[in-house]
Design a protein around this ligand. Structure first.
Ligand SMILES: C[S@@+](CC[C@H](N)C(=O)[O-])C[C@H]1O[C@@H](n2cnc3c(N)ncnc32)[C@H](O)[C@@H]1O
Length: 216
């Protein structure tokens, strides 16, 4: 029997439609169903700040920044990448986007983030990991960035679908293996939001949506 949402996910990924998705004319390497999830969860969880790893063209940063502006949120998107070679000017000049150049898993990046996101903030933060998808890098990102979070914040680990879950079986250990290792080493910190990730039938962040339950 066919599993229609999973078949759709495989078709969308394997036919590279995700590489041709645009938001306001800027390439955005996402599944549209996840973008709608992000929009919904940002309002449900009082998200005023977004910390993104992997800027690329800036499409997702632009999307998050527009949501923050439309909701008159107090904060910004802080987006980290090792290069700005593909960055679109629309994202580069958006007043709600702060760009950091560097390795998103480098413990030194935490200091730069703290200068842009107030430690005494009174609203929630969405951390979204979408940079180097190898398991060691994602695990290092989680170890570096989750300690900046607090109860009520939200974490999304993107592209857990690689390494055969169900696409790119050749990938090797990726984001899913990383979050599983992080959860095993840090029980009770993050609570899976299975209802959210299941809402539209499929996601690029399979077992990748979490609410921060405990102060790190
Ligand atoms: C999948 S793209 C990001 C896509 C973007 N978030 C979007 O949805 O349109 C991954 C990005 O991660 C960046 N990257 C790779 N290794 C990195 C690292 N160690 N630290 C920060 N960014 C990295 C790449 O340069 C690339 O631009």
């Amino acid at each position: 029997m066919s599993n229609a949402p999973l078949d759709y996910l495989k078709w969308y990924y394997e036919s590279n439609v995700w590489k041709r998705l645009h938001y306001r004319g800027v390439r955005t390497l996402k599944l549209p169903l996840d973008l709608w999830n992000y929009q919904e969860l940002m309002f449900e969880n009082d998200i005023h700040w977004v910390l993104e790893t992997g800027t690329r063209h800036g499409g997702s940063a632009l999307f998050f920044a527009d949501i923050l502006a439309a909701g008159a949120r107090e904060g910004s998107v802080v987006s980290i990448d090792i290069t700005h070679e593909a960055l679109d000017p629309l994202a580069a000049t958006h007043p709600r986007i702060r760009l950091l150049l560097g390795d998103s898993a480098d413990p030194a990046i935490a200091g730069s983030i703290r200068q842009l996101i107030p430690q005494g903030r009174s609203h929630g933060l969405l951390l979204i990991l979408d940079s180097d998808h190898s398991a060691p890098h994602v695990l290092r990102e989680l170890n570096t960035l989750v300690p900046l979070l607090r109860q009520g914040d939200y974490v999304v680990v993107e592209d857990t679908v690689v390494n055969g879950h169900p696409v790119r079986p050749d990938f090797g250990p990726g984001p899913l293996e990383a979050i599983e290792a992080y959860l095993a080493a840090n029980p009770r910190q993050l609570v899976a939001d299975v209802e959210r990730e299941s809402k539209f039938g499929c996601t690029f962040a399979f077992r990748g949506y979490y609410k921060v339950a405990a102060v790190c």
